[in-house]
Structures are given as C-alpha cells and as structure tokens.
Write a protein that binds this ligand. Structure first.
Ligand SMILES: Cc1cc2nc3c(=O)[nH]c(=O)nc-3n(C[C@H](O)[C@H](O)[C@H](O)COP(=O)(O)OP(=O)(O)OC[C@H]3O[C@@H](n4cnc5c(N)ncnc54)[C@H](O)[C@@H]3O)c2cc1C
Ligand SMILES: *[C@@H]1O[C@H](CO)[C@@H](O)[C@H](O)[C@H]1NC(C)=O
Ligand SMILES: *[C@@H]1O[C@H](CO)[C@@H](O)[C@H](O)[C@H]1NC(C)=O
Ligand SMILES: *[C@@H]1O[C@H](CO)[C@@H](O)[C@H](O)[C@H]1NC(C)=O
Length: 553
C-alpha cells in the first residue's frame, strides 16, 4: 500500500520559494510565456541563463529540440513545440523548472535519450516546456562494491563504456541500442541480452535521486519504498524527474561467445523458428538466443525474409558448442560460427557494428534516424508453424521494411515475481515480440499507410499471443493501446485499458502511489498513471484511494 511520506504533505508545497510578479491566471498566452521566462530568469540569476534556457527565438532552439528526436514522425513543422527548452546543469535548475512551470500552469515533458516511440518526451498538445537532461550525463563506477551512479541523461553506450574502462568482468543488463537514454529506459524496465541471466535494468536499480511535483529532491530513503517501486518500471514520467540512478553491476566472464546464424526459407527457417519457441525459453541462463525476422531486398530485387538467430553465451566457445548440439541440434551451429570477445565488445556486435569497431562508438549519442512505428506482444503458448508462416508472408509485402524480434523469457525473468516492480511480464511468458515498420517518405499519407500495415499485422497476431489483457511493454510505447485525455480528466475504466496491458494488476498500485505523490496530476501525458482528481481535489483522491483499496483486496 502507498504510505504517506513527508514529501507528499501539502505543507511542503509552500517551502518552494515562489516569488516574482503576481500574475493574473487569466493573462493571455503570450503573457504566460513572458512570465514563465521571467520566472526562470529571476530564479537562475546565479548562473548564465543563456546556457540553460532556450526560447523559440534562440538560434539554437531547433537544433537542441531535434538533437535527440529519434523518430522524425514527431519532428515536422506542425508538431507542437515546447515554449521553452531547459537544459539544467544542476539539480536546483530542475527544481526551478518544476516550480516555475507549476506556478504558470504549463506542462513539463522530460527527455533523457529521446527514444520514446510516440515522442511523449518532447511533444504535447497543451502548452509545455521541455526539460532536456543532456547535461546530466555523468557516470561513476565503483568496482569495489559493484555499483555505479548514473545520471539519467547518460546513454546505455556510455554506461557500458565506463564500466568496461574499469573492469572486464562487470556488466549491466540493459538494452541493445547504445543511444537509448538511461532515464526512460530504467524507468520503463529495460532489457537486453543479459535478461535471462540477470533480469531487467530496472531489477538492478538500488537507489535513485529525483525531483517530485513539489520540487523536492528525494532519494530512496526520503521517497519511501512505494515511490521507489513505482519508478522502476512504472514509467518515470508519471512521478517526477529522475536525476540519477544507483545500479548494481553484474559479473560476466572476461570472454563471452557470440554467434549469428542467418537462415532463409529454403533452409527451413520457419521450422527452426517454430522449434526455437520450445528451446530458447528453457536454455541455461548463461545462454541467450533471440530470433529476428527481417524483410530484405534480394539480389533479384524481390523481397525476401531472413531469420537470424543471435546468441550471447557467458562462457567460451568450446562450452557453447555442445550445449547447442544438445539443446538445438537442428540449428546446426559449428564451432567456426562462434566468436569469442569481451562482454563490452558483444554490445557492439549485437548492434551490428562490424567486428573490430572501436569501442568509442558507444560514446556516440547520435544514431541514423528513420520514420517508424512499433508494437509489442507476449507469447505464452508456442505459435503453430502455420501461424508463423502467415507472419513470414506478411513480411514479404513489397513496400514494407518490417522487422520482428523474438526475445526469450524464462531464467531469471521467471524467478522475479509479477509485483516485485511494476513490470509484470514474468513467469508464464515464453517470449516477447517486437514488431517494427520503418520508412523514408515524409508526410502523413506515407505514414498512415505504413502504420496501417503494422496494425493489420498486429490484428493477425491476436489469436497467437497473450489475452485478457493482450500484454505490452511500456518501453515500446504504443498509443493505439489507449490514451488519457491530456487535460488529466480520465476515468479509471478508460485508463485501465492501456494500464493493464503494460502493468497488469500493478496498475492499481501505481495509481495509489500517484495519488500520494502527485495528487494534482502535475506530471502527466497521454499514457501517464492517472491520479483521478482534478486540480488536487482531495476528497475525490480519498474516495479513489478507498475504491482502489477494495479492488486490490
Ligand atoms: C532504436 C531503439 C532501440 C531500442 N532498444 C531497446 C532495447 O534493446 N531494450 C529495451 O528495453 N528498450 C529498447 N528501446 C526502447 C527504450 O528503452 C525506450 O524508448 C526508453 O523509454 C527510452 O528512454 P530514453 O531516455 O531514450 O527516452 P525518452 O524519450 O527521453 O523518454 C521516454 C519516456 O520516459 C520519460 N523520461 C525520460 N527521462 C526521464 C527522467 N529522467 N525522469 C522521468 N521520466 C523520464 C519521458 O518523459 C518519456 O515518457 C529502444 C528504442 C529505440 C528507439
Ligand atoms: C541562444 O542561446 C545561446 C546558448 O544558450 C546563447 O549563447 C545566446 O545568447 C542565445 N541567443 C539569443 C538570440 O537569445
Ligand atoms: C521573439 O522575438 C521577437 C522580436 O525579436 C519578439 O517580438 C517575440 O516576442 C519573441 N518571441 C518569443 C517567443 O520569445
Ligand atoms: C555518430 O553516429 C552517426 C550515425 O551513425 C554518424 O553519422 C556520425 O558520424 C557519428 N559521429 C561520430 C563522431 O562518430
């Protein structure tokens, strides 16, 4: 149950020094903007404001806004833009961002790496400011107690690089794409090739520092265990601005083994994929074997589909070969297919950098961007060969650049209970599917066409995947699953549609935490955990609390 910590006391609200011009709430849009700017200027008086606040007039404004937009669908001339971009240098700058925007009724969107699939970290349809944590990138690795403090604006690549600098036998179990930001990734779960051995990134967080809706800086002790639970997988954007995370580093051998085997239709790829479903979730924890279907143009120009089987083994090649021979002989792995390397080198391999690429690319925060739409599913029963064939054939579609990734669960993922953190997809899941379609043409017509293709693919898959709810992964955010009204007035029956897909029964507990720590629903977006109050009406919050209490009993 949500406990009432001191931070949520309404009294604390008044501890924030609100000063400045008294504004009339009826002032025009332009005045609000001016006053908001003045609020920042006066509060940031001790530092050069030009380094922290960007107005739409500033010549760097668009470059900063665009810098980490990963999906150009949300970077068009008509995409709503923030009134101000704030790039805080210190935690007090973040506190001021909360107090000023709260004072002037302007929403905040927080961005770490900008990978949000629906652009929620930098787009809103109500007046908003963007707090971009680009200056919060520091990482301090402590090999003595296998931990690190990592700021939210750091990328996964930076984290892997800094760990490897200090140790060849420590790692962190997080995602594959090096430019993904720590802030969004850890607050939504975060998985990668170490998932069956060590769980999610969020499973390995042991402390955090955040600024709450009252502008107060909290750590694990002062936020309390309920809020600390919520930010590890519940999506950070509902609860505050998380500045940094303390993570546990996990042991890996100095040498790991990887392989990638590509199989085409003529080589029995569909049969192998069918078999994979029985094998991969039951392999030893040290062996992670995922499968990827990609649509490619062939030499003859026609579309073909390739299945690739990518594996990470925490051990040497001579130990891996017999394991595969025993567990999955059909795949036909040969010793010569295996490559030995350090764990950090394997992070490059799985992101398709050529062998021998310098580790420095992990520090590159930019990636090649394409228009895309993606969705996720969980699979609890193996899909029939027929079912897989239908999926395969859909990928052969001429105009679509589609990709489907199958990531096995099991191992450590099944040992952690559904309610340990808000991420609920544990025992009983064989694997997760990630569907993605990408395109290059600009404009809404192209975009609608490709999105409609992936929606049809998703309907096709319905009989084969989890039901009641049809579960989904919040870090693969999908607004097709349902949205709140951005004005905050959302009913429970409306919110639970998407809420149960991402969080199952943890959704109700997330709501209780939300009501306690952010009763006015200051931090919100189209898929934030709702507080079921408008303007901080305490009576209705109280009522909700009790209704939910009984739902949970
Ligand atoms: C190319 C690509 C590859 C990916 N690969 C993987 C993968 O291998 N494994 C995996 O699990 N996921 C993967 N993802 C998904 C990724 O984990 C999520 O998109 C994640 O939320 C991105 O975090 P971010 O900080 O980059 O995103 P942002 O867009 O900055 O943020 C995402 C959400 O979190 C909120 N948020 C961000 N920072 C904070 C903060 N400091 N405090 C509070 N709220 C915050 C934002 O407001 C937004 O709602 C991938 C995404 C892409 C685009
Ligand atoms: C824009 O911002 C930059 C960097 O923050 C600052 O140096 C510059 O003075 C600003 N320019 C204008 C026109 O405000
Ligand atoms: C931009 O600058 C013009 C004058 O140069 C000013 O009139 C306008 O108010 C400014 N707009 C913003 C959003 O700061
Ligand atoms: C970073 O990666 C991008 C995208 O691949 C590339 O265009 C750019 O040149 C790289 N930057 C550096 C400094 O290597």
């Amino acid at each position: 149950m949500a406990s009432s910590s001191s931070s949520s006391s309404p009294l604390m609200l008044f501890l924030i020094p609100f000063l400045l011009f008294s504004v009339s709430w009826a002032s025009s849009h332009h005045d609000v903007h001016e006053n908001l700017l003045q609020c920042f200027i006066s509060q940031y008086s001790s530092i050069p404001i030009s380094q922290v606040v960007y107005t739409q007039n500033n010549s760097s404004y668009l470059a900063i806004l665009d810098s980490t937009i990963q999906n150009p669908r949300f970077s068009t001339p008509t995409t709503p833009k923030p009134q101000l971009i704030i790039t805080p240098l210190t935690e007090s700058h973040v506190q001021v961002a909360v107090s000023c925007s709260r004072k002037y009724g302007v929403q905040i969107r927080t961005r770490s790496g900008g990978h949000d699939y629906e652009g929620l970290s930098y787009v809103s349809d109500v007046p908003f400011i963007l707090v971009d944590l680009v200056n919060f990138q520091s990482i301090s690795v402590n090999v003595k107690d296998n931990s690190a403090w990592v700021q939210s604006g750091a990328t996964l690549g930076q984290v892997y690089y800094r760990i490897a600098e200090k140790s060849k036998t420590l790692a962190f179990p997080a995602g594959l794409c090096p430019s993904v930001g720590v802030g969004g990734h850890l607050s939504g779960g975060g998985y990668g090739m170490l998932m069956t051995k060590y769980g999610l990134a969020a499973d390995n967080v042991i402390d955090a520092q955040m600024v709450d809706a009252n502008g107060i800086v909290l750590n694990r002790v002062s936020m309390g265990e309920d809020l600390f639970w919520a930010i590890r997988g519940g999506g950070g954007a509902s609860f505050g601005i998380i500045l940094s995370w303390k993570i546990t580093l996990v042991p890996v051998p100095p040498i790991v083994t990887v392989f990638r085997l590509n199989k085409f239709l003529g080589e029995g790829a569909i049969k192998l994929l069918h078999r994979w479903q029985y094998v991969a979730p039951n392999l030893p924890k040290d062996l992670f074997l995922k499968a990827i279907l990609d649509a490619l143009p062939s030499q003859s120009g026609e579309r073909i589909v390739r299945a690739s089987f990518d594996a990470l083994f925490l051990g040497s090649a001579d130990k891996l070969a017999p394991l595969m021979e025993e567990g999955f002989p059909e795949l036909g792995l040969k010793l010569k297919d295996c490559i030995q390397m350090s764990w950090v080198e394997s992070t490059l391999y799985f992101y398709y950098f050529p062998l021998g690429t310098s580790l420095d690319v992990l520090l590159n925060r930019t990636r090649n961007k394409d228009f895309f739409k993606a969705k996720s599913d969980y699979v609890k029963e193996p899909i029939s060969e027929n079912g897989l064939e239908g999926l395969w054939n859909r990928l052969l579609d001429d105009i679509e650049v589609g990709q489907v990734i199958f990531s096995p669960y099991g191992g450590r993922m099944s040992e952690i209970t559904e309610s340990q953190i808000p991420f609920p997809h544990r025992e009983g899941n064989l694997y997760m599917i990630h569907y993605r379609v990408a395109w290059e043409e600009k404009g809404i017509i192209a975009s609608n066409m490709h999105i409609s293709w992936i929606r049809k693919l998703y309907s096709y898959m319905a009989p084969y995947v989890s039901k009641f709810p049809r579960a989904a992964y919040i870090n693969y955010r999908d607004l097709d699953l349902g949205t709140n009204h951005n004005n905050g007035l959302t009913s429970y029956s409306q919110a639970k549609v998407w809420g149960h897909k991402y969080f199952k029964r943890n959704f109700e507990r997330l709501i209780l935490v939300k009501i306690t720590v952010d009763p006015t629903n200051f931090f919100r977006n189209e898929q934030s955990v709702p507080a079921f109050t408008s303007g901080g009406n305490k009576k209705s919050a109280f009522l909700c609390y009790f209704i939910l209490f009984f739902i949970l009993m």
